[in-house]
Design a protein around this ligand. Structure first.
Ligand code: SF4
Length: 237
């Protein structure tokens, strides 16, 4: 799988290859079981039930790194953060920031397009309880590393949604940029900021999960502040 990721010549190639990955038995079972059983509200739909590739601009200056697809969101629609409440919050914010052409993301063919921005997850298959194991995170990492390598020429800023994504970023420094990650690792927090000399800046943002947005831990204003900062660091108007 590492070799398949490394061989991907461009994003389309990578997207195709990751969609056909079966490297994690537990996650393969889960994504397929969810696709078979479905949620009542989506019973008439055919679930994607496979790994979910990244989405967005090939010349992205700004990337958003999430945890993993949602069982009835990305795992249903085939597009990351699409068809779930987390995506509703995220894409509304990206639209306010001028980075998305529409405020909603409901289906893979809904016309959504991103400007200067790419979104991907540290783990590409929906995990039970949204909790991948460390082994699954590490198994999936080569897909993330290759995706970052392919957009490296333009990438300036990464927004990590939550502590899992924040932690998943550090190995990218070694694998893609050939630099040693800072030690000790900077702690995750909302608004946390790390910058190196050759690698993109990293910004921390609470995850757009319902747990955070319904409780007011993460508000639309807080998201707007993060994306304004990210745009500034990335040089995006
Ligand atoms: S989580 Fe990643 S490595 Fe594991 S099966 Fe899915 S795409 Fe493959």
């Amino acid at each position: 799988m590492v070799a398949r990721a490394a061989r991907a010549a461009d994003l389309a190639d990578l997207d195709g290859a990751v969609s056909d990955c079966f490297a994690c038995p537990r996650l393969v079972d889960w994504r397929e079981e969810v696709a078979r059983t479905r949620r009542a509200a989506f019973r008439d739909q055919r679930y994607w039930g496979r790994p979910v590739p990244g989405f967005g601009a090939a010349d992205a200056r700004l990337a958003i790194l999430g945890l993993a697809p949602a069982a009835h969101g990305g795992n249903r629609t085939g597009r990351i953060f699409t068809g779930d409440r987390s995506g509703d919050v995220l894409f509304a914010a990206l639209h306010r920031a001028g980075l998305a052409n529409q405020p909603t993301s409901v289906a893979a063919d809904d016309g959504l397009a991103l400007r200067d921005t790419r979104i991907f997850a540290a783990v590409r298959c929906a995990p039970p309880d949204n909790k991948p194991t460390p082994a699954e995170r590490d198994t999936c990492a080569p897909w993330l590393h290759r995706e970052v390598a392919l957009i490296r020429p333009t990438l300036r800023v990464v927004v990590a949604l939550g502590a899992f994504a924040w932690a998943a970023w550090w190995p990218v420094l070694r694998e893609v940029y050939g630099v040693r990650p800072p030690s000790p690792r900077p702690a995750f927090g909302h608004g946390a900021h790390w910058s190196g000399t050759t690698a993109p800046a990293l910004l921390g943002c609470y995850h757009v999960s319902q747990q955070n947005t319904f409780t007011g831990r993460l508000t639309p204003g807080m998201l707007d502040d993060v994306f304004a900062r990210a745009k500034q660091l990335a040089g995006v108007d």
